[in-house]
Design a protein around this ligand. Structure first.
Ligand code: BES
Ligand code: MN
Ligand code: ZN
Length: 512
């Protein structure tokens, strides 16, 4: 396993901006913010900030960056990061501005940053501290982990966060700000843990390695851990998971994680299920060569569930949680499952394999059933399930499928708070006829039309009557292009959504 992230020291500071020792002072500002309350800053920048704005060099557009030198301040440089217009503001802009600042600093060889919160965002100290800590840590990620020829990678060593304008003398609740800071730290680190696993090549992260790694990380975070090997999986009669694993010489694993907070009531129990295909060749229905390398991230859903459970445990979310992560390769070996084969799921339902590349829904079918056996009352599964979802929603929006609508809406709202965009899609039963089988209860594919929906409906066959949401992250798990606020590569999508959902359990346990 190669290092792709480091956690800098992250601390609050009450010093005034001029006294904060850092290589780079990062200040996210609205496009109309004239910084009139910081005349010292404008002076220390020797008029360059006003001049740059005057000539249109810096307009304050979202995540636009302007760097200049400061004279007479502890920090030698300042970076203004645009927040865009006030009317378009959402707190996620602060998280992304912090990522932008962190990436900008590292790109310039700077290791100590300070992030200064402006008073005009309307975001309180607790949330601002969280978003800045989270963003700085998410910005301290680099997926080029196996390169030996590049110059050494620069990591942030320290992040100072100023959440109140102490010059204005406004009092902040420092206990609340510390809570926010810790929440941001944990959410940022857990996101990076998921990215590290998704980044890892298929030859080093096999199902056995993934399971060992997940177990070690989960134990360290205080979670209950069970790892099932191929024998135990066979004892449980998980024919769908075993069917997918048949084509590989690497055996499958099933990892079960539990979070049992002291004093929590017996129910509800949040059940999280994540697709853990460590490499997807397509199997006998083999994929084309082009871009097949990307299929090393087909375990991003499993990694997201692991990351979320780590955050849930470390932040002591007030709700019971169980997680089930089925892990397998999808390979075209001599014993591989073939089109036309019929598999029997642990629940007893039979499935005709029409396309061996629709393997995610198979391993999830057995895994969601097992989450139900463990007593889950509310289900969320996360999977890089379909190319069709990428066609429908693109690379920045996760598809949400599920029932009832109130539960889907809870997940959507959690994703909004987390800075993971998602949007609901229909799961009407009309689509079920698309994956009928002549020989078995149903087939595993429904053709091209509505491909993301039939994928979701297949999973729905295994959820019984429980509230359930399926998150299709096929588009969002991997960023193809670098953005100021998003390096290329694994995104860790859904880690923070699931953690937010558990942390906010009070708002849904009584209602859904
Ligand atoms: N892992 C893929 C889905 C995928 C595609 C993820 C592109 C990321 C980018 C999944 O196992 C798969 O192969 N799905 C098939 C389903 C089809 C055979 C019904 C697909 O989307 O083509
Ligand atoms: Mn596939
Ligand atoms: Zn797959």
């Amino acid at each position: 396993m190669q290092i792709v992230h480091q956690t800098p020291s992250v601390d609050l500071t009450t010093s005034s901006p001029r006294d904060i020792a850092a290589d780079l002072l990062v200040i996210p500002i609205f496009d109309t913010d004239a910084l009139a309350d910081l005349p010292d800053l404008l002076k220390a920048a020797d008029g360059e900030i006003d001049a740059a704005r005057g000539r249109g060099e810096f307009k304050g557009k979202p995540y636009e960056l302007f760097l200049t030198t400061l004279r007479g301040w502890q920090a030698r440089r300042v970076a203004l990061v645009g927040l865009g217009p006030k009317k378009d503001f959402s707190p996620d802009r602060l998280r992304r501005a912090a990522i932008t600042g962190a990436l900008a600093a590292r790109g310039r060889g700077m290791t100590r940053i300070a992030i200064v919160h402006r008073p005009d965002t309307g975001v309180g100290a607790e949330l601002a501290a969280q978003l800045f800590a989270e963003g700085a840590i998410i910005g301290n990620y680099d997926g080029a982990s196996y390169r030996t020829t590049d110059p050494p990678r620069v990591w942030l060593a320290s992040v100072a966060i100023a959440v109140a304008d102490s010059a204005a003398g406004s009092a902040i609740d420092s206990a609340a700000a510390e809570r926010g800071l810790e929440r941001g730290r944990v959410l940022g680190e857990s996101t990076n843990v998921a990215r590290e696993l998704a980044n890892e090549p298929g030859n080093s992260l096999t199902p056995r390695v993934f399971a060992d790694r997940a177990a070690a990380l989960a134990k360290a975070a205080g979670l209950g851990v069970d790892v099932f090997d191929e024998k135990k999986i066979a004892d449980l009669k998980m024919g769908l998971l075993l069917g997918v694993a048949r084509g590989s010489s690497e055996p499958p694993r099933l990892v079960v994680l539990t979070h049992e907070p002291k004093g929590a009531p017996k129910g509800p129990v949040l059940g999280l299920i994540g697709k853990g295909i460590t490499f997807d060749t397509g199997g006998i229905s083999i994929k084309p060569a082009e871009n097949m390398d990307k299929m090393k991230d087909d375990m991003s859903g499993g990694a997201a569930v692991l990351g979320a459970m780590i955050a849930i445990s470390r932040l002591k979310a007030p709700v019971r949680c169980v997680a089930v992560i089925p892990m397998s390769e999808n390979m075209p070996g001599g014993r591989a499952v073939k089109p036309g084969d019929v598999l029997t799921s642990a629940e007893g339902k039979t499935v005709e394999i029409l396309n061996t590349d629709a393997e995610g829904r198979l391993v999830l079918g057995d895994a969601v059933w097992y989450a139900r056996q463990l007593g889950a009352t509310h289900l969320v599964d996360v999977a890089t399930l379909t190319g069709a979802c990428v066609v429908a929603l693109g690379k920045t929006t996760t598809g949400l499928f599920g029932t009832p609508d109130t539960w889907v809406e809870q997940v959507r709202k959690a994703s909004d708070r987390a800075g993971d965009r998602s949007w609901p899609m229909p799961v009407w039963d009309d689509y079920k006829e698309l994956f009928k089988s002549e020989i078995a209860d149903f087939g595993n594919t429904g053709g091209r039309a509505g491909g993301a929906i039939t994928g979701a409906l297949f999973i729905k066959e295994f959820i019984g009557e429980l509230p359930w949401v399926h998150m299709d992250i096929a588009g969002t798990a991997w960023a193809e292009d670098a953005k100021p606020y998003q390096p290329k590569g694994a995104t860790g999508v859904a880690v923070r959504t699931l953690a937010e959902l558990a942390l906010d359990a009070a708002s849904w346990t009584s209602r859904t």
